[in-house]
Design a protein around this ligand. Structure first.
Ligand SMILES: Cc1ncc(COP(=O)(O)O)c(C=O)c1O
Length: 474
């Protein structure tokens, strides 16, 4: 079957845009060169087009911020409503008598998420938040290292399951990470008497936008004390997608565990954490998984690590069969469920049930194909129509996540002007406007409209009427 999105890719390759307006020529090629005609053709052939009707984006809003907070869907609202009804009707018995029972919500939703990240059902659980999950997972693996236990990977000599317990482990990160990750990592090092100024090793960016995997490998070659490599699957600002398998392999060859923050790809990009050899990972469900503001976090722990004692233990991570025997001794669940801590926030978990079902129906591979076509089309339009704007996101599909970073010296004002016109994007300092045409609910016509709006604002200097956070309306 032909790829329904091929025209968007051709547009990026310079074959589709740049011609006359609609009606300029009488050949099909001339019509294809008109972005409006191209967008209409792409929308008409889009097998996922009807999914947009199942999301509740207000009529007058062009929503391009699903990389921060995904919108509500009918399915998410329905699963939330069901749990609210259960609370009202069943009260405490909802833990056991709701259908399905609340008691195993973490494991059940973990099972639903596992295929999106290429994991076995018991390797994924929902619970806590990203930052809390970083604390407990990184803490757990630091404790393993301090006890003399390193990663194990068949055929990799340095990953033989051991670590020299006399060496304080370092954590390798990069300078473009989301700040909360570094706060948590520094705190976990500090709590073990390890100086984070010395042992949080930071890979620098060559261009301020991306991290070159060769620099991660070079840092591992230069320092033999790295016990954990902690990287994002996709950078929050530029949207660069990392080669997870390459990083995990490099980590293991250096005798280090490989952990990932998948906040900016889970639900948008298919992952294969199992085959890639990832040791552990965290992500949120409020971005591409569309489960609502502050919705429950998610985590992955490879099966070979099940049974470890979590750094932040709590009764919800106890072996399920005996949890209510109320023993004072903690027995970790033999699954990723062990890294749950306290009672799961049912109302923050309930929408995920519906929202993930919708993504599963669409299919993560089809969503990724459409997402790449949407961002291809956006990048082609920016190249062609917006000379004052540059694209900070890698152009290769393999290195591009779900959003596009548009760079403009007045990015903050441009972002404010767009939001004022109903085009919801966001700004990340110093100059990035993030535009996220999320596949489940964005059309190619929407992408064109965003570019039309940006062009109109910049042509009229309309953004100059807006204040920046430094103050001052000019
Ligand atoms: C990449 C990344 N990591 C961590 C966080 C922090 O997540 P939380 O507030 O759920 O702990 C975010 C929040 O947006 C993020 O984008």
């Amino acid at each position: 079957m032909d790829d329904p999105y091929t025209p968007a890719r051709e547009a990026l390759a310079g074959e589709g845009l740049g011609g006359g307006a609609a009606g300029d020529g009488d050949s099909a090629d001339a019509a294809d060169a008109d972005p409006a005609v191209l967008a209409a053709r792409l929308d008409e052939n889009d097998p996922l087009a009807s999914f947009a009707d199942r999301y509740r984006v207000p009529e007058d809003v062009l929503y391009m911020d699903g990389n921060s907070l995904g919108p509500a869907s009918d399915a998410a609202l329905a699963s939330l409503d069901r749990v609210i009804d259960e609370w009202r009707d069943l009260l405490i018995s909802g833990w056991t008598d709701a259908d399905p029972p609340w008691f195993d919500v973490g494991e059940r939703l973990g099972d639903a998420l596992a295929p999106l990240v290429g994991a076995e059902p018991d390797e994924v659980v929902v619970g806590n938040s990203i930052t809390v999950n970083i604390h407990t997972l990184v803490g757990t693996f630091l404790d393993e290292l301090l006890a003399g236990n390193g990663p194990e990977r068949e055929g990799v000599a340095a990953a033989d399951g051991s670590w020299d317990a006399a060496v304080d482990p370092a954590v390798l990160v990069n300078e473009l990470d989301f700040p909360s990750d570094h706060y948590a990592l520094r705190a976990q090092l500090r709590q073990r008497g390890i100086d984070p100024d010395e042992k949080l090793r930071v890979v620098e960016s060559r261009d301020g936008r991306t991290i070159d995997p060769r620099d991660v490998e070079a840092a591992l070659a230069a320092h033999d004390d790295v016990g954990i490599v902690w990287m994002p699957t996709a950078l929050y600002r530029s949207g660069q997608l990392f080669d997870v398998e390459r990083i995990a392999t490099a980590a293991h060859k250096a005798g280090a565990y490989a952990g990932f923050d998948a906040a900016h790809s889970a639900g948008a990009v298919p992952h294969d954490f199992g085959d890639a050899g990832v040791d552990f990972a965290v992500w949120c469900t409020y971005k591409y998984l569309n489960a609502g503001p502050g919705s429950i976090g998610a985590l992955f722990v490879a099966e070979r690590h099940h049974g470890l004692d979590p750094a932040l233990a709590g009764w919800w991570g106890h072996e399920k069969a005996t949890q209510f025997e109320m023993n004072m001794t903690f027995t970790a669940a033999d699954s990723a469920g062990a890294w749950q801590i306290g009672t799961p926030p049912l109302l923050s978990a309930a929408p995920l049930e519906g929202s993930v079902e919708l993504l599963r129906e669409a299919g993560i591979d089809r969503l990724r194909a459409k997402s790449l076509a949407l961002t291809d089309f956006l990048i082609a339009l920016v190249d062609y129509r917006l000379p004052a704007v540059s694209v900070g996101t890698p152009r290769e599909h393999a290195a591009r996540g779900g959003h596009v970073a548009l760079e403009h010296p007045d990015g903050e004002r441009l972002s404010a002007a767009l939001t004022d016109r109903g085009v919801v994007v966001d700004f990340r300092p110093p100059n990035v406007v993030r535009v996220c045409p999320a596949a489940p609910y964005t059309s190619f016509a929407d992408v064109l409209e965003v570019v039309d709006e940006i062009e109109a604002i910049l042509d009229a200097d309309a953004h100059e009427a807006y204040a920046t956070s430094e103050g001052g309306v000019t």
